[in-house]
Ligand binder design. Structure first.
Ligand SMILES: Cc1ncc(COP(=O)(O)O)c(C=O)c1O
Length: 344
């Protein structure tokens, strides 16, 4: 039974419920105490994701937030800093964890419309060796970034910049599989040269929870210690890892379907008066609209059991995923059209 009145949920790709087959894989998982090193299903997942990125080791964490935090704390010491985009998840959406728990300062930088950070801005942001300043240690990049797919060339440019300035690199790849699907490339290729990468199993891949951080063996050993301190050492976590393994086997190729559905939503919305659609590059559609229209739409949709995200000031976000198919997309477009065109 549904736990709430939402029938079609476009708020995020995190809302998916594990499929029957995924639940069966979880139920059948061989488990052990992972903190004691006994869970072979977790180890299989960690090794598999590490291999996808050509890294020594992987680490399963409960969330993307903890994976990013453990990565930042493993790269940086107290009093150091990382460079990131001003809208980066690690900076804006993780409750200031790097600063609060890691004593690591974020240095946010403006982005271009396509989500990339100009390399000259990155160079200018690296602090001189001066006692006034935090020590710049890391550059952290997010891909996809608010649904935008950062091209491989930009990522390569970031890696080159970091090597030149002797900085470490972290890639927040919560939706890296979406970026890779959009570009038609391999995730490992897309992340090539980054020292650490975190990927989420609980977004487009449809697992109920779990993120994997990969890197070289010393980095992952440090991250394992931080994971323990942060309370993320999970015991019979094989049931989580089994969902992740199932997702990697069955839910990667189908991301193209989510992208096609996002495009269909965007195309449908573009024909509705009063909506300005930002063409999607992956599974996230942003639409700008007058604040009054946004209120009217959100109320009408709520009554129909259709959910999207609305921001004050006139912006809405629709995210496609495993639990919304083309029929749901068509119903959503029709509902938005009806509500937008109806008289108040
Ligand atoms: C880009 C990005 N990084 C990290 C996270 C954090 O993931 P979690 O919600 O599992 O903590 C999210 C969550 O939406 C995200 O969008």
């Amino acid at each position: 039974m549904q736990s709430n009145a939402i029938r079609l949920d476009f708020r995020s790709d995190t809302v998916t419920r594990p499929t029957t087959k995924m639940r069966a894989a979880m139920a059948a998982a061989d488990v052990g105490d992972d903190v004691l090193g006994d869970d072979f299903t977790v180890q299989a997942l960690e090794a598999r994701v590490a291999a996808m990125f050509g890294k020594d080791a992987g680490l399963l964490l409960p969330t993307g937030t903890m994976a990013n935090l453990a990565a930042i704390m493993s790269h940086c010491q107290r009093g150091e800093e990382y460079l990131c985009a001003s809208g980066a998840h690690t900076y804006l959406w993780e409750a200031g964890g790097a600063a609060v728990l890691g004593s690591v300062q974020p240095q946010p930088l403006p982005i271009r419309a396509d989500g990339t950070i100009p390399i000259e801005d990155l160079h200018a942001a690296v602090k001189d060796d001066d006692a006034h300043f935090a020590i710049t240690r890391l550059v952290s990049i997010e891909n996809t970034f608010a649904g935008r797919v950062l091209p491989r060339e930009h990522l390569a440019e970031i890696v080159e910049f970091a090597r030149e300035r002797k900085l470490a690199t972290h890639l927040d790849g919560a939706r890296l599989f979406n970026a890779a699907a959009a570009l038609g490339v391999d995730v490992g290729y897309l992340a090539g040269g980054f020292d650490s990468v975190s990927v989420c199993l609980s977004k487009g891949l449809g697992a109920p929870l779990g993120s994997v951080l990969v890197g070289d063996a010393p980095l992952i050993a440090r991250a394992r210690r931080w994971r323990k301190m942060l309370g993320g050492g999970m015991r019979q976590a094989g049931i989580v890892a089994a969902a992740g393994l199932y997702a990697l086997d069955h839910h990667v190729e189908r991301l193209a379907v989510d992208h096609a559905n996002a495009k269909a939503l965007a195309d449908g919305f573009s024909e509705i008066k009063g909506l300005t659609v930002i063409p999607p590059q992956s599974n996230i559609v942003f639409v700008e609209l007058a604040p009054e229209l946004a209120i009217r739409l959100s109320e009408a949709l709520r009554e129909l059991g259709i959910a999207a995200s609305f921001w004050p000031g006139g912006r809405m976000r629709w995210v496609t995923h495993l639990d919304v198919d083309r029929v749901a997309v068509d119903e959503a477009i029709a509902a938005v059209r009806e509500a937008a065109e109806s008289r108040r």
